[in-house]
Design a binder for this molecule. Structure first.
Ligand code: PXP
Length: 244
């Protein structure tokens, strides 16, 4: 089984910084600490409203780290132009509505090919791997492969937020099936959203998934135990699940 990589999303370091409008805590320091603690990549979402990460943050982090940068972005010309300058390892296209608290639901790829295709082509021409953040639905996975994505990141939000055991099992089985379909379509499979110490194990066990992107929970734990310990604990749970 492929080693499971952990991408650490540091958006909420910037959320905390922006709450006071100053320079602390610094996302670059967080990225370097995450790298030292065993993160395999850094993920940052430059939202259209710049509510947390700002333009200079992504360029400063890209320059400071030696692990891959996964740039989360909306499907807009503005964001593609920034990606072309930034040259991250991967660009993950996510749906974005200004009023939402976080990324709710996956990107609608099926039916949006005409709008997404030119943006994806530009990213690929800039040698950026293209990832699409989608729900684990066969139609979305088929459309993602057909449109030329390299990677799909399966949205784990419904699994993480499930109110009952039955619902959680149903959502988990959708992700298991989706990971298998995506892999058969030749897509690299990632997963993320809402993952925590309690729910990461079942996702980490899915053999086709090679990367998890985790942010909010890690930052919350970091307040109590430090970011390095939060990352080391998450990595160890991921590895334990992978071996089981
Ligand atoms: N993956 C994607 C594509 C996301 O949009 C997010 C949230 O920004 C995450 C992973 C991380 O989610 P969380 O902060 O809930 O761990």
């Amino acid at each position: 089984m492929d080693r499971l990589r952990l991408g650490v999303n540091i958006d909420h370091v910037a959320t905390l910084r922006n709450a006071r409008g100053g320079v602390h805590p610094d996302p670059v320091s967080a990225a370097l600490l995450a790298q030292k603690a065993g993160a395999d990549g850094i993920t940052m979402h430059l939202r259209e409203d710049r509510r947390h990460i700002r333009d200079n943050d992504i360029f400063a982090v890209k320059q400071a780290i030696h692990i891959p940068l996964n740039f989360e972005m909306a499907a807009t010309d503005e964001m593609v132009s920034i990606a072309e300058k930034l040259r991250p390892n991967a660009a993950c296209i996510v749906p974005e509505k200004r009023e939402e608290l976080t990324t709710e639901g996956g990107l609608a790829v099926a039916g949006a090919e005409a709008r997404l295709s030119p943006l994806i082509d530009r990213l690929k021409q800039a040698d950026i791997r293209v990832s699409l953040f989608v729900d684990a639905d066969e139609a979305e996975l088929q459309a993602s492969a057909a449109i030329g994505a390299d990677i799909v990141e399966l949205h784990t939000g419904s699994y993480c937020d499930a109110a009952t055991t039955e619902q959680r099992e149903h959502e988990l089985s959708r992700i298991v099936t989706g990971a298998s379909i995506a892999s058969h379509l030749g897509l690299e499979v990632h997963a993320g959203h809402g993952l925590s110490f309690d729910n990461v194990g079942n996702i980490a066990e899915i053999p086709e998934i090679v990367e998890l992107n985790i942010g909010h929970f890690l930052m919350g734990v970091a307040i109590f135990t430090g970011l390095d310990e939060a990352i080391i604990s998450m990595r160890s749970l991921m590895e334990k699940a992978r071996q089981s």
